[in-house]
Design a protein around this ligand. Structure first.
Ligand SMILES: Nc1ncnc2c1ncn2[C@@H]1O[C@H](COP(=O)(O)OP(=O)(O)O)[C@@H](O)[C@H]1O
Ligand SMILES: [Mg+2]
Length: 352
């Protein structure tokens, strides 16, 4: 075998379909989520028979297929029913009632939204959707500024299923009772994938994204392992892409273990918030409650609420949380109280 056969010519690529590594890309079939998808579908099904649907609360840590599972259902619904309108809102991008009503108008093809206020837009939505029925998905619902909008949906749209998705199941505990008592959602937990499931998902995606025989077995194994450790498929997809690009930079037709290792060393893998220990959670809590505070003052507050360990170990926790992208720090040099570090909380789903 010639060595040169392994070398990429200029303009050649090992990617068959690089787009399929985007986190937004939804695979046609979602393996290992069939049970949860089936439960969601059962809540929506009554709508297809002209009855009212059930509401759903989906929760689980980031990067484990919540959005993908539900988007797949909406697409399937759209292909199979003219009577149920699928509405998908990401509340991180659309976090106010006004932005959401504009987005819903957009999705129901109503374009005269200029100069109309939220109430007027909601009237339009009611008129259209109450002729049929609707499934509303409010993804990342914990980012919604005001839950009144959910209340309006519950009361004013007659036949619907409202599906709320969140990374933090604690969010629902704080929701007002008047909403909870009307919503009564079916709770569906998404648990992290097991090791074989993680490997299978990444392998399938790899086969989609790359030409055959590109990947060495031990390279894909390493990436599956790392993705499983952080329990986030998104991280695995990023590693697949990065390792592929590193291989191309070496003009190599193969992704070997060395390139996978290089990809792993280059990204900070996010730890899921569920995996933080008790003291790390306390640090996160004081940082969240005291924005832009000096590290020394934060330490005092951390001790007041029962945080353990020395100042040094507190500093190390801050460093680790910053590496895991939970918080950001910035150094203040000089000033009347001398140099110090200022700590800021970062939204947990804010990936860079
Ligand atoms: N079972 C699965 N099969 C294939 N891809 C998956 C699966 N679960 C997650 N993914 C992929 O992982 C990425 C992150 O999933 P996503 O649904 O966005 O996570 P979440 O909404 O839980 O944060 C997406 O690109 C998604 O397509
Ligand atoms: Mg999501």
């Amino acid at each position: 075998m010639s060595l040169f056969k392994e070398v990429l010519e200029s303009g050649e690529t090992i990617f068959k379909n690089e787009d399929s590594l985007d986190p937004e890309w939804v695979p046609k079939l979602l393996p290992h989520r069939e049970t949860q998808q089936f439960r969601v579908v059962n809540c929506i099904k009554p709508l297809m028979q002209g009855r009212n649907g059930k509401n759903v609360l989906i929760y689980g840590s980031p990067g484990i297929g919540k959005t993908a599972a539900v988007k797949w259902i909406l697409r399937d619904l759209e292909e199979n029913s003219d009577d149920v309108s699928p509405i998908y809102i990401n509340c991180w991008q659309k976090n106010t009632a006004h932005k959401i009503t504009c987005e819903i108008c957009n999705q129901i093809n109503y374009s005269f939204t200029q100069n109309k206020n939220t109430e007027e837009l909601f009237e339009v939505i009611k008129n259209v959707l109450n002729k049929k029925s609707a499934v509303f998905v409010l993804d990342e619902v914990d980012k919604l500024e005001d839950t009144d909008f959910i209340y309006s949906l519950i009361n004013e749209i007659y036949k619907k299923s409202i599906i709320l998705i969140t990374n933090f199941k604690e969010w629902y505990v704080e929701v007002e009772d008047r909403i909870k008592s009307r919503l009564l959602p079916e709770n569906i937990e998404f648990k992290a994938y097991t090791k074989p499931e993680t490997r299978n998902i990444l392998k399938t995606r790899m086969e989609h994204a790359f030409f055959p025989t590109v990947w060495d077995e031990d390279a894909i194994e390493l990436i599956s392992e790392k993705s499983y450790e952080v329990q986030d498929i998104r991280a695995g997809l990023q590693l697949l892409r990065d390792a592929g690009l590193i291989a191309e930079n070496h003009s190599s037709k193969k992704v070997i273990l060395e390139y996978a290792k290089e990809a792993v060393s280059k990204i900070e893998l996010n730890k899921s918030p569920e995996n933080l220990d008790q003291n790390e959670r306390l640090v996160l809590k004081v940082v969240k409650e005291n924005p832009d505070e000096r590290i020394g003052d934060l330490f005092k507050k951390y001790q007041e609420i029962g945080g353990e360990g020395t100042y040094k170990s507190f500093q190390r926790k801050i460093e680790r949380l910053e590496k895991g992208k939970f918080i950001k720090t910035k150094k203040l040099i000089g000033g009347k109280e001398g140099s110090t570090t200022i700590v800021q909380y970062k939204k947990l789903t804010e990936f860079e």
